[in-house]
Design a binder for this molecule. Structure first.
Ligand code: SF4
Ligand code: SF4
Length: 480
């Protein structure tokens, strides 16, 4: 019997896996690419500049406005008093500030539901200051291509001079902005005197420079990155959009297939849509996106792409509006402007509007009917009660009367709630306009007229020049 020789098995050595030298580390961080927005003219750019002018005239001008002998708008945190033209508000009036914040939030919801990111594109300080800083940049360094060339160029005296001018102008504007901001909290005339003698308090100095630094950094360098990465509004805006919200949209059906062509090209024969793929809409975009890719959260709804595209359409003799403000429903159903606008008055918008109106009326009426003085009563904590020389029982209170009007006033004080209770000290208080005054009140009752314990009492504070009375509750302690 022969045995077939066994086929010798090949042994394949197992090679250890060795990392190749050429292996690269993949970084998850991508440096932000600088955006050079091109200047644009058109109806939306025009409206943006109008809002820039209005908001900045108000911001820089308001602290210089006088109201009688004082600054018209001043938030005097040290004295805990806020002056808004004829209104003098105390921290106790915080409810009005809450009302104002709720009104602002609801207005934002309403405008967003109707017209998308109207606030972002036209009135947000980040947009407004970026627009102003960009204007300065253009004036000194030129438009988009000139700025790109300048940044790519090697160092030269010309480049240094341009950059120095630009930053000097930005810093001057930022410092002025910081100074104006502090002027809302410290009388601005005093601030000027302080500045000329360089006698700033530590907090004034800190806030002028902090606000200036924030303006310089956000509007000069961060720009669209604030909108993309820092602003929470961009994140939840889509929750407020519906298919009838006006948004900046590219009409894909009309625009595609995109491509270059001459004015005489037969679009049907060349199978071309209206978009000439000039990329101008991308070049003017302050956030550097391409609106032709659809609605993106980076889009601040500024309409710059719509403006520039209209100029392109004009030049080619095509109808405007390839990129336009429209709604998803209007685009889908090919609605006319009239049909689109009819959808503005939809239930959601009507609900927002009615709540907003009700709130504005409520805050307005409550402000108009507000009693122009406030009172705080605090029991003296050192002495609960004591027996007086003539045999009565005495409690001591500290009473703060705040005159929230523009006139000096006299107030009449009285107390009730217990048998024969009376104020043993001065019952008239004079308080100068917009000032607060503390008085110490000794309140007495005859000995034995009440049981031991705590009794509710009420102070009545009456404005002698009118009929306004404030009733402030407190307690009177009768010792055992
Ligand atoms: S500007 Fe208008 S035509 Fe030019 S690429 Fe943009 S959408 Fe197309
Ligand atoms: S896509 Fe158009 S509307 Fe949106 S941010 Fe850019 S330029 Fe403004």
């Amino acid at each position: 019997m022969t045995t077939e020789p066994q086929e010798s098995k090949k042994v394949i050595p197992i090679q250890p896996v060795v990392a190749e030298d050429s292996e690269e580390m993949v970084s998850l961080y991508a440096a932000a690419k600088k955006i050079y927005p091109r200047s644009v003219e058109g109806i939306f750019a025009y409206w943006r500049w109008i809002t820039v002018f209005i908001t900045q005239i108000v911001f820089y001008g308001l602290p210089w406005l006088e109201w009688g002998t004082r600054q018209a708008v001043l938030f005097d945190l040290e004295a805990r008093r806020f002056y808004i033209f004829g209104l003098v508000l105390y921290p106790q009036d915080f409810i009005y500030l809450t009302g104002l914040l709720v009104i602002s939030a609801l207005s934002l919801f309403l405008f967003t539901a109707v017209a998308g990111r109207l606030w972002c594109g036209y009135a947000c300080p980040q947009t407004v200051y970026s627009e102003i800083f960009l204007w300065i940049e253009r004036k000194i360094e030129g438009d988009r291509s000139a700025r790109i060339r300048l940044d790519e160029a090697d160092f030269s005296m010309k480049k240094l001079a341009k950059k120095t001018y630009k930053h000097a102008a930005w810093i001057a504007l930022s410092l002025w902005t910081g100074f104006t901001f502090v002027g809302y909290f410290t009388p601005i005339q005093e601030l000027v005197a302080t500045a000329t003698s360089w006698n700033f308090g530590p907090w004034q100095l800190f806030w002028v420079f902090f606000y200036a630094f924030a303006t310089y950094g956000n509007a000069g360098f961060m720009r669209e990155q604030v909108c993309k990465y820092m602003c929470p509004y961009a994140r939840f805006q889509s929750a407020m959009f519906d298919h009838d919200t006006l948004i900046v949209t590219y009409d894909e059906k009309r625009g595609e297939p995109r491509g270059a062509r001459s004015k005489k090209t037969d679009l049907v024969a060349a199978n071309l849509g209206s978009c000439v793929d000039c990329s101008l809409c991308v070049q003017v975009c302050p956030t550097g996106i391409d609106i032709r890719n659809g609605l993106q959260y980076e889009c601040i709804g500024c309409g710059a792409c719509a403006d520039v595209c209209d100029t392109v359409m004009d030049k080619l003799g095509y109808a405007k509006g390839l990129v336009r403000y429209t709604t998803q429903n209007a685009m889908l159903n090919k609605w006319t402007t009239k049909q689109t606008l009819q959808r503005v008055a939809r239930p959601r918008v009507l609900i927002y509007t009615s709540i907003l109106m009700a709130l504005i009326i409520a805050v307005g009426v409550s402000l108009a009917m507000r009693i122009p003085f406030k009172v705080d009563v605090v029991r003296d904590r050192a002495t609960l009660a004591r027996i007086t020389e003539n045999g009565g029982i005495e409690n001591i209170y500290r009473l703060q009367v705040m005159n929230a009007s523009e006139k000096d006033k006299t107030f009449q004080l009285s107390v009730n709630g217990m048998q024969s209770i009376e104020i043993a000290t001065e019952t008239e208080v004079k308080v100068a306009s917009a000032q607060a005054h503390w008085v110490v009140l000794r309140v007495t009752i005859p000995y034995g007229s009440a049981d031991a314990g705590s009794h509710k009492i009420v102070f009545d504070i009456k404005d002698t020049s009118g009929t306004d009375v404030i009733h402030e509750k407190s307690v009177f302690i009768v010792p055992r």
